[in-house]
Design a protein around this ligand. Structure first.
Ligand SMILES: [Zn+2]
Length: 98
């Protein structure tokens, strides 16, 4: 059985990290550098287990994963840690702090 090219597996943890990161970006005054953003997401994703759903998984279950409160708190904590690592000494941060 050959998978269609459109059926690429999605890591839902990555989607969740993207979502939580955009919220963090709006709420807190964190560095807007695209380079830092990529590094922050990479570090965050490395410290979290990937999440792949089977084809039998319903949209509701996927949605529930993305909306899970405890899950989002865990991701938020990891993002905050990653921001400290990446932007602790990045050139953009210094400008923000004045
Ligand atoms: Zn930065």
């Amino acid at each position: 059985m050959i998978l269609e090219s459109g059926d690429k597996l999605k890591n839902y943890m990555e989607i969740l990290v993207d979502q939580v990161y955009s919220e963090v970006k709006e709420k807190y005054d964190i560095c807007k550098s695209k380079k830092c953003e990529n590094d922050i997401k990479a570090i965050t994703l490395n410290s979290l287990p990937p999440m792949y759903f089977l084809s039998s998984t319903s949209e509701g279950e996927k949605k529930a994963f993305l909306l899970d409160r405890q899950q989002r708190i865990t991701v938020l904590t990891k993002i905050t840690e990653a921001v400290d690592i990446v932007c602790g000494k990045c050139e953009y941060k210094e400008k923000n702090e004045g």
